[in-house]
Structure formats: C-alpha cells, structure tokens
Design a protein around this ligand. Structure first.
Ligand code: FA5
Length: 342
C-alpha cells in the first residue's frame, strides 16, 4: 500500500473515533445510544467497515494500523458499556429531565359525606367515644322491638321500611346499634355509629330513600340532659366553627324519655324559608333524648344504676348545612361536576 493510503486510513480511524466520542457525549437516552452503537459497531457500522479495510494495507504496516483500529474499537466498547450503565438496563429508560412539565395524575378524593364523618369521628374520639359499625340488613327485633317499638306501635309507620322476603329489613335508622353495642360492651359506654340507612319514601330536596345518620350513645352513672346538651354544643361548634342558631323542642321517640328535636336555623336560606327547610326556616337535624329504661334493659344494662343519652344525627342534612347544598339528591348522584367541588 502507498504511504498516502496508509495516512488516509490512520486519519479515517482517528476521525471515526473523534466523531463517536462527540456523539456519545451528546447522548441523553438509552434508545439513542443503541442507535449510535449500530451506526458505529453494527455489522455494517462505520468502524466495522473501516476495520475490514485494514486487510488491504501493506503487510508490514498492517500490525500498527490493526492495533490502532483495535484500540479504538476497545475504547468505543468501554464507552458504550459506561453509557449503558448510566442510562439503565432497558431500552426505554430515559434520563431524568427536571425541565419537563409534570404529568398530572387524576387522584380521587374523599366524598363530602366522608369528610364530615371523619371530622365527627375525630371530635367524638377526643371525648372518649368509640366508633362502631352495624349491619345494614337488620332484624325487626333490633330495628324496632328492642327499641321499645312493639309490632303494633304506630311509631313503626313513621319510618317507612324496605322489608326483605326473609322477614329482615334494611335498617331505617342507626339506633339498632344502641342495643347491639350495650349487649356487646356493657356499661359504662360511649360510642358513635355513622352509617347508611334506608327508607321507603318519596324523595325531595331534603329527603332521600338512602341517606346517612350518625347515632350517639353515652351510658354511665348520673347522665342527664346537661351532658346531652354539652355534647351537642361541642359537635355543632366543631363542625361549623361558628355559633349557629339552634332550638330544642319536645319530640317523641319510643326509645327515649324525655325526647327532643334539635333543629338548626336553615343555613341555605338563613331562616327566610326555602324548599330544604320546607319554608319553616328550621331544619330537623338531631333528634335526641335520655335513653328509655326498656332500651337499657334490652342491652342488659340495669336502669336503676345507669342512665344515658342518645341522639340520631341526620348526617346527610348536616353536610347540606355545612356546604350550602340545596338538594340532598346531589349527594348520592355520582355526578362528578358536583363531587369535584369538594
Ligand atoms: C330517627 O331516625 C331516630 N332513630 C333518631 C333518634 C336517635 C332519636 C336516638 C332519639 C334518640 P328520625 O326519623 O327523625 O329519627 O331521623 C333522624 C334524622 O335523620 C332526621 O332529623 C333527619 O335529619 C334525618 N332524616 C330522616 N329522614 C330522612 C330522609 N328521608 N332523608 C334524609 N335525612 C333524613
């Protein structure tokens, strides 16, 4: 081979090396790196082909140029190995680029009913109440009879009931858990029971067939209406963070004596009258009273020793008052335009 051809080959190899080094330094991801590897050391790669031409060089110069080509190839392979480690093992791996805008993940969030339920649970836990659950498919005994509502009692008619074929029913209120809890835990007892209840009734702005209540029960020695009022005040102050107008009036429930209705001034119309408060300016929120001795006895608690108070908060209505929701049916509608406002 002529000397200038020899120099050409040497220059060519040096040039290939220079270009490869520049390219690999600019590389930002694994996929690009693999393309570069194919371009230089693939079967038809630039360096591979140049190495084949080494055979054409004069015999005596071949070892020197051959060594140069091999050295370059080894260096290329070393650099590729280091780059592969940097970009990770898979072809998809990419380098972290802090300037790329983040991907917005569509996370779910807690339903307004659950927000208030959790808030109530916190308030009551601080006052030493346990949080309980109870069955939604309930027996007639726990839903009515144990609560001092015998089969022929007209109070059964005030809670229109979904009866099941087997004689059980969908619980019409959370009160059945009062007796279940006393039977299980005995007295003294403090507990709340948030949960879903069902009534076979026509729906309107403040009535649903499926809605949420939260039962509260405190049984101990010398429990009075004073304890009941103090706990109701703590509940309302914590939820509303401000004073709200309430009124306490007599109410009849066979499982309390005396019984009350605690109403809150409607926070939708501020007392002027609207469909939610049926134009009265007041919303029935927390029926309550002192636990009837018959209920304590059903729970195996001696009414001569213990007394207690109970309440049945209309949780769905509380949520409506808290957030200014003017139709209860929105709560369970599943409409994301509504849900996403919370
Ligand atoms: C009861 O369910 C009694 N168990 C409450 C109770 C417990 C009284 C403990 C005394 C001691 P009432 O049927 O009034 O009572 O319902 C309680 C609350 O649930 C009502 O004040 C109201 O806020 C809510 N409520 C009742 N019916 C519906 C309905 N269809 N849709 C939405 N909320 C309702």
């Amino acid at each position: 081979m002529l000397p200038n051809k020899l120099n050409d080959m040497q220059d060519k190899l040096e040039q290939i090396k220079k270009e490869f080094i520049e390219s690999i330094h600019r590389m930002t991801n694994r996929a690009g790196l693999e393309e570069l590897v194919t371009k230089y050391v693939g079967r038809k790669g630039i360096l591979t082909q140049a190495m084949r031409q080494v055979k054409e060089i004069a015999h005596e110069e071949r070892p020197r140029i051959g060594k140069l080509a091999n050295d370059i190839r080894e260096e290329v392979e070393r650099m590729v190995k280091t780059a592969r480690q940097k970009f990770g093992d898979t072809a998809e791996a990419v380098v972290f680029d802090a300037t790329v805008p983040g991907e917005r993940k569509n996370l779910g969030h807690v339903h307004p009913l659950t927000i208030i339920q959790y808030q109530l649970e916190d308030i009551f836990r601080q006052m030493g109440f346990m949080v309980l659950d109870g069955p939604e498919v309930e027996s007639e005994y726990y839903n009515f009879t144990a609560l001092n509502i015998p089969a022929d009692h007209p109070a059964r008619d005030t809670q229109d009931t979904f009866w099941l074929r087997d004689g059980n029913l969908l619980r019409t209120h959370t009160s059945p858990v009062q007796v279940r809890a006393l039977q299980k835990h005995g007295a003294p007892f403090r507990g709340i029971v948030p949960g879903r209840v069902f009534r076979y009734e026509a729906t309107d702005a403040s009535h649903e067939h499926t809605f949420h209540q939260m039962e509260g029960l405190m049984v101990d020695r010398d429990i009075s209406i004073g304890n009941l009022v103090a706990v109701m005040k703590a509940l309302l102050q914590n939820i509303f963070n401000t004073t709200v107008d309430v009124r306490l009036r007599p109410g009849f429930f066979p499982f309390v004596e005396p019984g009350f209705e605690l109403d809150i001034k409607c926070l939708i119309c501020h007392g002027t009258g609207c469909p939610v408060c049926k134009r009265t300016g007041w919303v029935e929120l927390i029926p309550c009273g002192l636990v009837h001795p018959a209920v304590l006895r059903a729970g195996n608690v001696d009414p001569e020793i213990f007394s207690g108070f109970a309440f049945g908060l209309g949780l769905s209505r509380l949520v409506m008052m808290k957030y200014g929701i003017d139709d209860i049916r929105l709560l369970m509608s599943g409409d994301l335009r509504f849900i996403n406002q919370f």
